[in-house]
Design a binder for this molecule. Structure first.
Ligand SMILES: [Zn+2]
Length: 291
């Protein structure tokens, strides 16, 4: 039985004006946190570098947002932008690879899943490469491998640190063995950096898996990870089916990897730039800015 008080709480007649206002809110103004489900204003989320203000969940961000968060304003100069895969295997599954590429290039306005360039971090010059996960799941083919190599070689030539931020599903299957070769190619340059004492810092973000996790991403002099990022080679289901065992809680998340010695440090997105700067100073004794 409803009382006069209930009626007050839930007015039977909706205010026409207020309903109109609700309908007018443009799409994309509000977003839902995939972790805690909280509804957050998009602007508020952007101001917070896409970290949920309620539960601190680090949402995936684009390569350009990442670059902006790690470099000094207007310091980043990209290179290798024109590189495009020429579909060497003429691969075709449900849809030709060439068509998939074309579609990805058109919708993301970049030629492949990686942005490479040079910038400064609190005044210190460095070479930076960042995966664009939205572009074919951040998969690594010939172009991505070449651009990672350019970042590492650029650092070697200029004697400044190299940083690669990974967000990838692994090797690009449409480029078959050629994509797997990028694992060896990138790892070989890292060895040259090591011989020269030039620091290479790897930042693992959600998700870092497959051939990327199995090569340069895990070869950093320092390996940093964002909180709760998925990091691993094969997916948990595949592993469970293979070893016929239940995997432990939190398996393949940053915190688990830190505990087991695969990651050096978990860094909050807001602190990543200042931590990078600290590492550049600590490990930069053979770099040009310390001369
Ligand atoms: Zn949240």
């Amino acid at each position: 039985m409803s009382s006069w008080f209930d009626d007050l709480k839930t007015p039977r007649f909706k205010n026409a004006e207020s309903t109109q206002k609700v309908a007018k809110i443009p799409e994309g103004l509000w977003g839902k946190c995939p972790s805690c489900g909280e509804i957050i204003q998009t602007r508020q989320l952007q101001e917070n570098q896409s970290v949920c203000p309620e539960c601190d969940h680090h949402l995936r961000i684009s390569a350009s947002e990442r670059i902006a968060s790690l470099t000094d304003e207007n310091s980043f100069v990209p290179y290798g932008e024109g590189f495009r895969s020429n579909d060497p295997l003429k691969f075709d599954d449900q849809k030709p690879y060439a068509a998939r590429l074309e579609q990805a290039i058109r919708s993301h306005k970049i030629n492949d899943a990686f942005i490479s360039g040079k910038g400064t971090c609190e005044g210190i010059p460095f070479h930076l490469g960042v995966f664009e996960f939205k572009f074919m799941g951040g998969s690594m083919g010939v172009v991505v491998g070449e651009k990672i190599t350019l970042v590492l070689e650029g650092a070697l030539k200029d004697r400044v640190p190299a940083v690669v931020v990974s967000a990838s599903g692994g090797a690009r299957m449409q480029e078959g063995i050629l994509s797997l070769m990028q694992m060896a190619k990138t790892s070989a340059v890292i060895d040259r950096l090591r011989q020269e004492g030039i620091p290479y810092i790897s930042i693992l973000t959600d998700p870092t898996t497959g051939g990327v996790a199995a090569s340069f991403a895990m070869l950093g002099d320092v390996i940093l990870a964002e909180p709760r990022a998925l990091i691993g080679f094969a997916g948990p289901r595949v592993i469970e089916q293979t070893i016929r065992q239940k995997l432990p809680e939190g398996f393949q998340r940053s915190e688990f990897l830190l505990k087991h010695g695969f990651v050096d440090r978990i860094v909050h997105r807001k602190n990543m730039k200042s931590e990078l700067h600290q590492f550049f100073k600590i490990f930069g004794n053979r770099c040009q800015y310390n001369k």
